[in-house]
Design a protein around this ligand. Structure first.
Ligand code: DC
Length: 232
């Protein structure tokens, strides 16, 4: 029996493994995966390169004026089979994952016109459903009618430990304290911003994965997703 395709919205705090599980899920279901954080990160990289933001200043107006010049796309890496973000024709997948970009991205993501532009693009990507999208506002703003909404969380300590391992394995020179500070700081900015703050949609299922292995978490979420697909 052919089931109808649905939209699966995965939101939650930073470094909760949303993208890991979203990728696994999309693969298992034959759905498209969209990492919306990558889009905010790419806009941040653009702003950093243009000198619109650094440790001491952020010229949001200058960024807003140039928004129409930012073109974001995803392209599939033929080796990994995964979608990578392309900023004005340049694949920036690696560069957007650095701690430096993480330090500025929450400020960029708080700008309403940036959100408006990216949300419109995200809604277009989901118009045929069959999509797993992760971010902070997917179940609340981008797809408030998504058939399945998950909200992932874990303690800040657990999340910082995971992110620290990920960054050091990639060869970045960072300290655990710096990573923890960034996780806590981003939680704060993302949850308190005026436009589309990070919050759990009322009809989202909360998953605290502090004590779950990746395998356990995936199996749990795959089961939940299959049930959602069968009942829609
Ligand atoms: O998922 P991530 O850590 O790569 O996201 C980077 C930042 O982008 C995050 O701190 C908040 C912001 N973001 C957002 O505001 N809305 C989204 N839908 C996705 C990410």
């Amino acid at each position: 029996m052919e089931y109808k395709k649905i939209i699966i919205a995965i939101d939650g705090h930073s470094s909760t493994g949303k993208s890991t599980v979203a990728k696994q899920l999309a693969k298992a279901l034959g759905y498209i995966y969209v990492d919306t954080g990558a889009m905010y990160r790419a806009v941040s990289l653009y702003a950093m390169r243009k000198g619109f933001i650094d440790e001491s200043m952020f010229d949001a107006e200058a960024l807003e004026e140039k928004l129409s010049e930012i073109e974001l796309k995803f392209e599939i890496n033929s080796e990994t089979g995964l979608a990578e973000v392309v900023l004005n024709g340049e694949n920036v997948e690696r560069e957007i994952r650095t701690l430096k970009v993480s330090k500025f991205v929450s400020k960029i993501a708080a700008v309403s016109s940036v959100r408006k532009k990216l949300v419109e693009q995200q809604q277009k990507m989901g118009k045929d459903k069959g999509i797993v999208m992760d971010g902070r506002d997917i179940g609340t703003v981008v797809f408030p009618n998504a058939e399945l909404k998950l909200f992932m969380t874990a303690t800040a300590k657990d999340r910082a430990e995971r992110r620290y391992l990920e960054l050091t394995e990639r060869g970045e020179k960072v300290t655990y304290e710096d990573v923890l500070k960034n996780v806590v700081n981003r939680d704060h900015i993302d949850s308190t911003r005026k436009d589309s703050p990070l919050r759990k949609a009322e009809d989202a299922l909360k998953i605290d994965n502090s004590n779950l292995t990746l395998k356990e978490q995936f199996e749990q979420i795959l089961q939940i997703s299959k049930t959602a697909i069968e009942t829609h």
